[in-house]
Structures are given as structure tokens and as C-alpha cells.
Design a protein around this ligand. Sequence first.
Ligand SMILES: Nc1ncnc2c1ncn2[C@@H]1O[C@H](COP(=O)(O)OP(=O)(O)OP(=O)(O)O)[C@@H](O)[C@H]1O
Ligand SMILES: [Mg+2]
Length: 260
Amino acid sequence: MDYIITTEQLTKKYKNFISVNQVSMHIQKGSIYGFLGPNGAGKSTTMKMLLGLTSPTGGRFTVDGGHFPDDRISILKKVGSFIESPSFYANLTGRENLDIIRRILGLPENAVNDALELVGLAEFGNRLAKKYSLGMKQRLGLAGALLGRPPILILDEPTNGLDPSGIHEIRNLIKSLPSLYDCTVLISSHMLSEIELMADDIGILNHGRLLFEGSLDELRQNAVQAGFAADHKISSANLENMFLSMIDKDNAARKQRARL
Ligand SMILES: Nc1ncnc2c1ncn2[C@@H]1O[C@H](COP(=O)(O)OP(=O)(O)OP(=O)(O)O)[C@@H](O)[C@H]1O
Ligand SMILES: [Mg+2]
């Protein structure tokens, strides 16, 4: 397999609390990898470690052949990111905000229009960022991540706050990216039903532990074997139920262990 990101026993401990617990992930080049888990599972923390925004307290990872921390700078150059709610200069326009990032990255001027176009903000590029709706801000964040068309995109809940048609549009955009310019996408979400429509592979995280990693088809097969779907016509509801039950079972097992 041609993996572009791998983590090995990646761990983040805050004092006595383990936020990310020995996570070993394998992200295939050119794929969309859905990173799923409930609130507090450790998705953002994992992504922040991959971006060098917080240091691991255990384990290792590689991005496109580079090892962290030795190759930190070359790793960062290859990754576009959108972490939680991105912040902007409110009194500058969307275009001016992107232009600042463009200059920092040393990209040609047309990169800004290209990114605005990609996320459907071209006609609002000259509006002040403070006058953007929530959905427009999310799009601007995505445009920032896409500037220069980096080979790897790390997107932390990019559809947060979007209306259903916005979710649909951004989902289609994300889905089109690997074929559009040959990139790999790591995207987090709480909802399997959303990830199911985009991702090739899925990692399910709960309380810092990776409960499942594999293709969507493997997850569907598991759903049949576990009795969540009577035949091979597995609905989104079947899959979502299995995801929720995996989380519930893991939580129950944790409680049991804590009692012993
Ligand atoms: N700086 C910090 N200090 C202490 N604990 C932290 C810190 N940052 C995160 N945590 C804890 O680590 C756990 C994982 O947080 P994280 O933000 O990674 O979860 P998440 O999966 O992204 O959740 P959400 O879906 O709500 O965004 C949480 O319990 C959180 O409180
Ligand atoms: Mg998060």
C-alpha cells in the first residue's frame, strides 16, 4: 500500500488525561480518509499533532516520507489545513485575507482567485470578512487550506455551521479534490452519514483510541456480520446505528474496567 500519512502509537497526554491513546493510522495516497468520533474523542488533537501545532507525548508519525519532528518544515509545506473555526482579519475582505496567506506561502497572485473560485466565493471576494455568514467563513477557511493546491489536506469538521445545501456543495467539492488535482484528504466529522458520502477509508476514534480502521466496504461487511443489516443492502441508518453501538459498547467496557 502507498501510504502518505502513517501514525504509530501516536499519543497525547495532558497531565493525567490521555487525549490520544496509541493511535496507529494509515492514510492511502489519493484517498479521502474520514476521521470519525464523538465530541472529545481526540480528533482535533490528532490533527493538531500532524500539523505540528501540539507535540506528541508518545509515538511517531510520517507524512509523505518525512518524519516528525526532523522534517517538520517540509511536512508543513505539503499540508493545507482547516482546524476548528478558522479566524480571519475581520476588517479585511475575503480576498485580502487569502492574499496574506498567499504571500506567506510565496504563491503566485492567481492562487487567490483560483481558491475563491474553488469554494464558490468568487463573487463575494471583495466583501469584508466580518460581513460573511458562518457558511461563507467556513468556505473562506477552506479556500485558505486549498491555496496553492497542497498535496495533503487536513480538514477538521469543515461543514460545521453550514446549511444543508452548503454541506452538499462543500461535500461535493471535497469529493472532487483527489481527481481534480491529485491530493489526499483527512477529514473529521461526528457523523458517519456525512462521511459515508465522501470517504474511501474510515477511522473511528473514541476516548482517544482507534476502534476501527478500514474501508467503507469493510465497515459495511462488519455491519452485516454484527446483525445491523439483514441483507447486503445496508442503509445509512444501519451504518450509523452500528457506529453508535460501537461507541456505546466501548464506553460500557471502559466503565467496566474502571470498576475493576
Ligand atoms: N490543551 C488541553 N489541555 C487539556 N485537555 C485537552 C486540551 N486539548 C484537548 N484536551 C482534551 O482532549 C480531549 C480530546 O479533545 P479534542 O478536541 O481532540 O476532541 P475532538 O474529537 O476534536 O472533539 P470535538 O468533536 O468536540 O471537536 C478532550 O477531552 C479535551 O478536553
Ligand atoms: Mg474537534
